[in-house]
Design a protein around this ligand. Structure first.
Ligand code: ADP
Ligand code: MG
Length: 286
């Protein structure tokens, strides 16, 4: 059992266990959904923090030109000297773009608005869809991390395709709202396309229901529909709508640091344990 005891001045105090110290292969998870505002960035930041808090070594790659994950982790624009743009354009190794966050165990490869130019600048260049996968190889070889999380933009553009081509598995945040299932089907078709062409081994890590409001009947209904269509792919953990979660980024902090006791923080810790359990089950089955 891995327990987070507390956060002292922003640093998670972790009781490490044998499992956490054993060398494990890196898992690259892409946080994707072509819809905006469904909780991708919030999940990337807070799942990343929660994984670090339970003893994983995490790199968060911000692959959205809006750079919300970078801002939310307290890395201001002025400090983003080397960004994912430089990496995808081939100017810099990915490890040179990595910056530490204030949280031990969680590093960041930041983004800035230049990233939106990548699609046009790469044009029809060979291996344009494999830029991130190629850049990640040195990170895989380095053994520095146990998880890479990639935060995607709200579209199925070249950045998302690069992320899916580079990843081992997809983690889908899904907001409990009326068109959720249609959006999810479209995303699953894209994953199938990527499997058929760029990355045959791409798996689905899971679907996480976000911004769940137990007072809202629609939330319950959508959650039920999603579970009956996608079964165990959907995590048992549900992320509740919680005002502390939405306040935290304006302080440049993950919600786990802003208020570890709130329902949102506790849910992201539970999600991290579920993600780790799935990975362990997958390794044991292999
Ligand atoms: N569990 C939650 N409770 C309350 N607000 C949330 C929650 N998750 C996300 N939000 C808020 O919803 C908005 C969209 O979330 P975000 O993670 O930026 O979505 P995306 O990256 O998919 O566009 C943000 O303002 C964020 O703070
Ligand atoms: Mg986002």
């Amino acid at each position: 059992m891995i327990e987070v005891v507390s956060f002292v001045s922003g640093a998670p105090v972790v009781v490490p266990v044998a499992e956490a110290s054993r060398p494990r292969p890196l898992r690259v998870l892409v946080v994707a959904n072509q819809k905006g505002g469904v909780g991708k960035t919030t999940t990337a930041i807070n799942l990343g923090t929660a994984l670090a808090a339970v003893g994983e070594r995490v790199l968060l790659i911000d692959s959205d030109p809006q750079g919300n994950a970078s801002t939310g982790l307290g890395v201001p624009r002025a400090e983003r000297r080397v960004t994912l743009y430089d990496v995808l354009m081939g100017a810099t190794p990915l490890l040179d773009a990595v910056t530490a966050t204030r949280l031990p165990g969680l590093d960041l490869a930041p983004a800035d608005p230049d990233l939106s130019g990548v699609e046009i600048e790469l044009g029809q260049e060979a291996r344009r869809s494999f830029r991130l996968r190629d850049a990640l190889q040195a990170v895989r070889d380095s053994g520095r991390y146990t998880y890479v999380l990639i935060d995607c933009p709200p579209s199925l553009n070249l950045l998302t395709v690069n992320a899916m081509a580079a990843a081992d598995a997809v983690l889908v945040p899904l907001q409990c709202e009326f068109f959720a299932l249609e959006g999810l089907s479209q995303l699953m078709r894209t994953v199938d396309l990527v499997r058929g062409s760029l990355n045959p081994r791409l798996e689905i890590q899971g679907v996480v229901l976000t911004m769940f409001d137990s007072r809202n009947r629609l939330s319950e209904q959508v959650a039920g529909d999603v579970r009956s269509h996608f079964g165990d792919t959907v995590y048992r953990t549900v992320i509740p709508r919680n005002v502390r979660v939405s306040e935290a980024p304006s302080f440049g902090k993950p919600v786990l640091v802003y208020d570890i006791h709130c329902a949102g923080s506790q849910a992201y810790l539970k999600l991290a344990r579920e993600v780790v359990q799935r990975e362990r089950a997958r390794r044991e089955a292999a």
